[in-house]
Design a protein around this ligand. Structure first.
Ligand code: PMP
Length: 281
């Protein structure tokens, strides 16, 4: 397996400087891109979001969009990944450790690797469960940074309870989940938290909203409450490569019939048609 390190394809090995700011402060950004049938799905959208994250943190990306795209396609090919994902991370770089940004010029560190993934069809067809956790993250959740401790701790609690996700609530309001966005359906209308500083605007989220509009299903990007979540007819989460996963119960409380709902299945199928098309391109 090869990795991409600062523009070079090399064998995977550990080579992080102890004063890399990503390592010491989580001072960096990342993207995860899904690979379907050997093709990178929605790569331009992911790279646009990366560009935005970099701008928000004043990290100057050391590559052009065209160049990184070529490198990532090459990496996927070299590693012969058919179903999986690609992880791309850029840290601010190596500098003597001070909280403030280094005054001298530092070169950002760019790393990418690929990972094979097993079949997720059963999880998508059967759905899973979720738990609720207070959202204790900072107020810039719209930036995809390496600072993920609140997310990892919330996910750990979910896994300990056999759940696929921890759905996060800031007080009464449901924001998103530890590594996915949350949608609820009530009386035929789909609701999801608006894309502001309280959530990461998922690339899958945006694709699903587009699919809903094409299916003439009304989608409202408005905040909704924990009570709305628990009394919804259907709930599902979206994330790269998970695509759409129905949530059958939250904190042991059944959602609707306690089985994946009709509209959720319709959205999942529409998503499958999109990703299946990639494989034959
Ligand atoms: N929210 C959070 C907090 C995430 O970490 C992720 C990505 N893993 C998502 C939402 C979903 O984003 P995407 O659809 O771009 O994978």
């Amino acid at each position: 397996n090869q990795i991409l390190l600062n523009g070079n394809m090399i064998k995977r090995r550990s080579c992080i400087d102890i004063e890399d700011r990503g390592y010491q402060f989580g001072d960096g950004i990342y993207e995860v891109v899904g690979i379907y049938g050997g093709k990178l799905f929605l790569m331009d959208e992911h790279l646009q979001r990366l560009k935005r994250s970099a701008r928000e943190l004043s990290i100057k990306l050391p590559f052009t969009m065209a160049d990184i795209k070529q490198d990532l396609i090459e990496l996927t090919k070299v590693n012969d990944v058919i179903e999986g994902l690609l992880y791309l991370q850029i840290t601010r770089g190596v500098a003597p450790r001070t909280h403030e940004l280094p005054v001298e010029k530092v070169e950002p560190m760019v790393v990418a690797y690929t990972k094979e993934l097993g079949d997720l069809t059963e999880l998508q067809d059967m759905g899973s469960t979720a738990i609720l956790q207070e959202d204790i993250r900072w107020l810039r959740c719209d930036v995809k940074t390496l600072n993920l401790l609140p997310n990892t701790m919330a996910k750990q609690r979910a896994v300990e309870q056999g759940a696929v996700e921890a759905i996060l609530n800031r007080g009464e309001v449901v924001t998103e989940a530890s590594s996915s966005n949350v949608f609820i359906i009530k009386d035929g209308i789909v609701y999801t938290h608006p894309a502001n500083n309280f959530i990461l605007n998922g690339i899958t989220r945006q694709k699903v909203i587009q699919i809903l509009q094409e299916l003439n299903i009304l989608v409202k990007e408005v905040p909704y409450t924990v009570t709305d979540l628990l009394s919804a007819d259907e709930v599902f989460i979206t994330a790269t490569k998970l695509d759409v996963v129905p949530i059958n119960s939250v904190d042991g409380h059944d959602i609707g019939t306690g089985k994946p709902g009709m509209m959720t299945i319709q959205i999942l199928e529409a998503m499958r048609q999109l990703t299946a098309r990639l494989q034959v391109q």
